[in-house]
Design a protein around this ligand. Structure first.
Ligand SMILES: [Zn+2]
Ligand SMILES: [Zn+2]
Length: 308
């Protein structure tokens, strides 16, 4: 099943009834304590801060956890870490016929946008960020924070290290501003240990930033969601090694799907060009159809660095 197309329809808000039903389900599930983290009720008014490396990661692998925290009464802040520069998306959207064929939601599957394909890719960054903001709205987060960091995770080793330090600086500032907050990153190390699996240096840089801040005693309540599992593993393998599998209640899954649809909405008037779906169609489809998220604590034998 593919992700349905959207042409210009904004996700609708939750009904009061679905919000109440979601709260009831989450309260029952709180015995797990897995993804809600250590602070639980003690820091009920401190925010849970989710760090999405790119526009789309929050929809694919964090949306259920975001909604779980909201239902538990926690304010949720959603951070976009990198600008999301991506020449590949520009190449796809500059080209007709589309690589997605009939799955492409542009009218007539036609798009010759003439976007910049190298360097800062400003149109891609702008369109992806419009999708991110629409996704954040669908999830009802309390605050959106954009670090606007140029993604140098794929540069030289020293550029990678500098990128990790930039993330650390920004996270440190949020930790100081919001004492008692819990911090949720991507489990980037899981994408780099197996050569047969997808590699994403930006996701690893986010994990590394969390690792050093935990090691320095600057962050305490930290969890990691695995994003690429939806693409790397078949459905029956995705929970292997996870410290906690979040089973997303159907009322939350409806909102998660609305957030995924933000990445498959063609509406140029709103600067929406299905950039996400032209980037990671498989992951968006798999996450759309799998009502689970996979949550990890920091492994005891964590290895910082970009790796291969
Ligand atoms: Zn990503
Ligand atoms: Zn297309």
């Amino acid at each position: 099943m593919t992700v349905p197309h959207h042409r210009g329809t904004a996700p609708t808000g939750p009904s009061r009834r679905s919000v109440l039903a979601a709260a009831g389900l989450t309260a029952a599930g709180m015995a797990f304590q897995g993804s809600l983290g250590a602070s639980g009720a003690a820091a009920a008014t401190a925010p849970a801060i989710f760090y999405s490396p790119h526009q789309d990661d929050e929809a694919i692998g964090m949306a259920g956890s975001i909604l779980e925290h909201k239902a538990a009464g926690r304010p949720v802040y959603l951070v976009l870490v990198s600008k999301g520069e991506n020449g590949g998306i520009a190449e796809y959207l500059n080209r007709t016929p589309c690589v997605l064929g009939d799955k492409c939601s542009a009218p007539g599957h036609y798009h010759e946008l003439g976007w910049q394909e190298t360097g800062a890719t400003p149109e891609v960054v702008s369109a992806r960020t419009s999708e991110f903001n629409l996704s954040a709205k669908a999830l009802g987060v309390d605050k959106v924070i954009n670090f606007k960091l140029a993604d140098s995770a794929y540069g030289t080793d020293s550029e990678y290290d500098a990128f990790v330090k930039q993330i650390m600086g920004k996270v440190r500032a949020l930790a100081a501003k919001y004492p008692g907050a819990s911090h949720k990153f991507t489990a980037g190390w899981l994408d780099t240990t197996d050569p047969a699996r997808p590699t994403n240096a930006t996701h690893k840089a986010c994990s590394d930033a969390a690792y050093w801040l935990i090691k320095n005693g600057e962050l305490k309540d930290v969890r990691f969601n695995h994003i690429y599992t939806y693409e790397a593993f078949s459905r029956d393998q995705r929970d292997r090694g996870a410290d906690h599998v979040l089973h997303i209640p159907s009322s939350h899954m409806a909102k998660k799907r609305a957030s995924i649809l933000a990445y498959n909405t063609w509406d140029p008037k709103r600067n929406l060009y299905t950039a996400g779906y032209h980037s990671v169609p498989t992951m968006l489809e798999e996450a759309y159809n799998d009502p689970r998220e996979f949550v990890y604590a920091l492994p005891s034998r964590y290895k910082p660095g970009r790796g291969k």
